[in-house]
Design a protein around this ligand. Sequence first.
Ligand SMILES: [Zn+2]
Length: 419
Amino acid sequence: MSKHYIGHATVKNVKEFDIDLLVKNLSENVKLRPIIKEKNDEIKKLLSSYGFTFQKLFFSPGDREILVDDKNKTLVCINPISIHPRYGILEVFIAYKNKMMLENIIKIIKKDPSIGKLKEGTYIETKKISRYDEELKKLSPHGKILRDENNVNLCKKLYDDKIRKLIRNIISNFEDLPLPLDLIKTEIAKTTEEKKIVEKICNDQDLFEKKYVFVCKKCGYPSFHISFRDKEAAEKLLASSSFNCPNSECDSDEATIKEVFGVKRNVIKILTQGIWLEYMIGEILNKEMRKVWIGVMHDNDELDVVGVGLNKSILVECKDGSFGQNDLYSLMIQAGDIHADVVLIVTTQPVHSNVKATLDKYKEKGRRIMKIIEGDSTKIKNELNKFLSNLKEKFINTFFTWERGRFIPDFLESEEEFF
Ligand SMILES: [Zn+2]
């Protein structure tokens, strides 16, 4: 059962809502069988043979019902949640294989006269999303960079650990100075594989800028102070002017034209500021979350990634470098400010044990979920996916098991929407 739909509607008057009517409509119109009622009837019958009578249902403390078909293709869980003697929320979980079936079920639920409009997602998710849409409106400097599709494309190319390592080495040795390919290869690439990668990335016009410079025929010294984007323009100038070798120990006046490669400015920015990591995390979260914000401001704080989904809000701090004690303090303040349920620290460097110990203390004190994910990008991707699938499994379980905590919204701004 791969696909599922989760939705909720407000119940204006809990007393008016009749789950039996909704169940009857579902079983008649889409041929689903209410299994909780079925089991309860069976137990009641069994117990009545001892001479006792029972009015109440046994398996459904919240008056929930689970409906199934006989082909294991469709499953519906209806959870009416009272949050006040008068009003409540109806949550539905629908697992399906056939989209038409899903649409029919939604149609029947929407027709129920005692509930409000059925919206996708849980009540808590919807509330958090509308709150964050308001509070996280402003983009951070990183968020602004990511508005450009080209920069997003660069981020994706920089997910590769090997490519990042090589470009980082080039930047730390030569910054954005344009260099001949053979020089980059000998100075930066250690192995045959690295030499191949260097050749590939240097010729990638998104990552490197190709230019042409004059190089002394005798000593090979390049004259970097003048460079050309166009080879023909370089040839023209060389033919019409004289060359003096910039190497003071050389007296040559003959030059050839050579291709040189320099790391693009945007690549340097996206790499050194860890913007690629923020985008990567946002992309992974997007698969499971209902909404994700990458690079936003909350008051004066820059938040890396925020997501809402699986009935939770997640704040992620990304560090393509070391994450220290002070980073943790400010992150915890930010998490408190936006009431994040989950805090993730994602870093490409190992986190110091002192920082881990402080995090453990925070964990003991609060009920917020906190986790450190450290390693190269492959490891980060795997661990984050694993974390999200655990979170998802727990969340789906709450529809079928009795976890009262989930049903109490941690904030209810006004009663207005119920009337
Ligand atoms: Zn020379």
